[in-house]
Write a protein that binds this ligand. Structure first.
Ligand code: 5GP
Length: 209
């Protein structure tokens, strides 16, 4: 039988992947103080995992959204090959809300969420820029002894050569959490489906429900 070109993932499947990873996070005692969703693919997984990370009687973990696009997605001609420059920010942290309700990201556990780690360019950019942001604040506020701990959660990591590396503080410490490692195929997520019944049917057929 031919291998399918595309992999379909149902909402059910994604819900369960979020639950599994939340359990891993809680088992390590690393419940995040803040979740940063990379829009738009990270938003639904971020929202789902938040419920599984919630403790009874405790406040919901705040979710902040950052928007990142690859140049190639935008159809720009002058794509620069340097890592970091391939990505542009379309949305960034709401520092007003962070300061008001939350102090800052200094000394916090931060969980970065996206749906898929493909070439790793987007995650690399997100981590690099967020770390830079926090380090600048630590210097400014003279809080150098407070460490921010970044973790990453993706639903799927594509098994392929990556174009960028993530820091050892994440990769070497069990803080890179991919619910599943999958072959290098196009993944179809339910929130992109035009016919959700057909999408779910295909997901079930492929055992992704
Ligand atoms: P990167 O190459 O930077 O790891 O991934 C960039 C973005 O491309 C991802 O956040 C995701 O939005 C999109 N992407 C990459 N591969 C897939 C895929 O197989 N399916 C979908 N729906 N989006 C993908």
């Amino acid at each position: 039988m031919l291998e399918p070109e595309k992999m379909y993932m149902s909402y059910n499947n994604i819900h369960k992947l979020c639950q599994t990873v939340a359990q891993q996070i809680l088992a390590k005692g690393e419940r995040p103080d803040v979740i940063i969703a990379i829009t738009g693919g990270g938003m639904i997984p971020a929202r789902i995992i938040r419920s599984f990370l919630k403790f009874k009687g405790e406040k919901n973990i705040p979710i902040q959204a950052i928007g990142l696009s690859l140049y190639e997605d935008l159809g720009l001609d002058d794509k620069v090959e340097t890592i970091g420059k391939e990505v542009i920010r379309t949305q960034w942290l709401d520092f007003g809300a962070l300061d008001k309700h939350f102090d800052s990201l200094i000394g916090k556990k931060v969980l970065i969420v996206d749906e898929v780690d493909d070439t790793r360019t987007t995650l690399h950019y997100a981590v690099t820029e967020l770390k830079k942001e926090v380090d600048e604040q630590r210097i400014k506020l003279n809080r150098l002894n407070e460490e921010t701990i970044f973790s990453i959660f993706v639903l799927h990591n594509k098994d392929k050569p990556k174009k960028a590396e993530l820091p050892a503080s994440i990769m070497g410490t069990g803080r890179y959490l991919a619910a599943e490692t999958v072959p290098d195929k196009w993944l179809c997520y339910p929130w992109e489906a035009t016919d959700i019944d057909e999408h779910t049917r295909l997901s079930i057929e492929q055992g992704n429900n």
